[in-house]
Write a protein that binds this ligand. Structure first.
Ligand code: PEP
Length: 249
């Protein structure tokens, strides 16, 4: 019913040569994957990836986008610019952006709105810190983050929502499938309250130390429709292994 999608988030990694080798390897391995795939990379490499992946079916995405439309915002990259070079999706609200660059729920909602206006699918990240989890506030936090976006844009226009517990990102600690599924079910219920048809179609991704060894178990949960993959996406072989764990129902 929902086609799974697995998205690589390269973060601040890569080089022209390393990217070329990664793409060549991944396209060789890809064969019979049952999921959609995408690669999100630093802005400077997006034109290279758009060109290397043209016609391959692997989508190219940005890791963030400006919350401003255009003008005197030195160093920023707008949604219209991403659309102009052929980018079709973009992560917004990654916890590294929320924590290190102080992006707020409102910034994330504005980024999503500008992406949609430019014809790009936002992949909205939500997730709680360890302290929030330990104080029993996980649902409150992720639902607040999601509601801020839904107050600004319709659920039907989102590309995906990614649940990424902050304490699981890049730490080697993964949420148990049961804990991740519980949060995904809460997110799905919130989306249903806003638009039932869209909620049934929208992929909900899990992210946070997903690797070949744990992907199958996580992706087998009923409300986990794929993943957002950091560390394990840096090697094409590992990313391919993770992707092969995502199967259509
Ligand atoms: C991420 O940064 O989106 C992520 C999930 O990273 P990792 O897989 O390395 O935990």
């Amino acid at each position: 019913m929902r086609e799974p999608i697995v998205i690589a988030n390269w973060k601040m990694n890569g080089s022209t040569e390393a990217n070329r080798v990664w793409v060549e390897k991944f396209l060789q391995l890809r064969g019979d994957l049952e999921c959609r795939t995408a690669v999100c990379a630093p802005f400077v490499y997006l034109p290279q990836l758009v060109s290397l992946l043209k016609g391959s079916g692997v989508a190219v995405g940005a890791e963030t986008v400006s919350s401003r439309k255009n003008g005197a915002f030195t160093g920023e990259v707008s949604a219209d610019m991403l659309a102009d070079i052929g980018v079709t999706l973009s992560i917004v609200g990654h916890s590294e952006r929320r924590t290190l660059w102080k992006e707020t729920d409102e910034d994330v909602a504005e980024q999503a709105a500008l992406l949609i206006e430019a014809g790009i699918a936002p992949v909205v990240c939500v997730g709680e810190t360890l302290e929030e989890r330990e104080s029993g506030r996980t649902e409150e936090v992720v639902l607040r983050q999601l509601r801020a976006v839904l107050a600004r844009v319709p659920a039907a226009r989102l590309g995906a929502v990614a649940y990424e517990p902050v304490w699981a990102i890049g730490t080697g600690r993964t949420a148990t499938p049961e804990a991740a599924q519980a949060v995904h079910a809460a997110l799905r219920a919130e989306l249903r309250a806003s638009d039932a048809a869209a909620a049934d179609k929208l992929p909900l991704l899990y992210g946070g130390s997903v690797k070949p060894a744990n992907a199958h178990e996580l992706f087998s949960c009923p409300d986990i429709d794929g993943g957002l993959i950091g560390g394990a996406a840096l090697r094409a072989e590992d990313f391919h292994c993770v992707c092969s764990a995502a199967r259509a129902d």
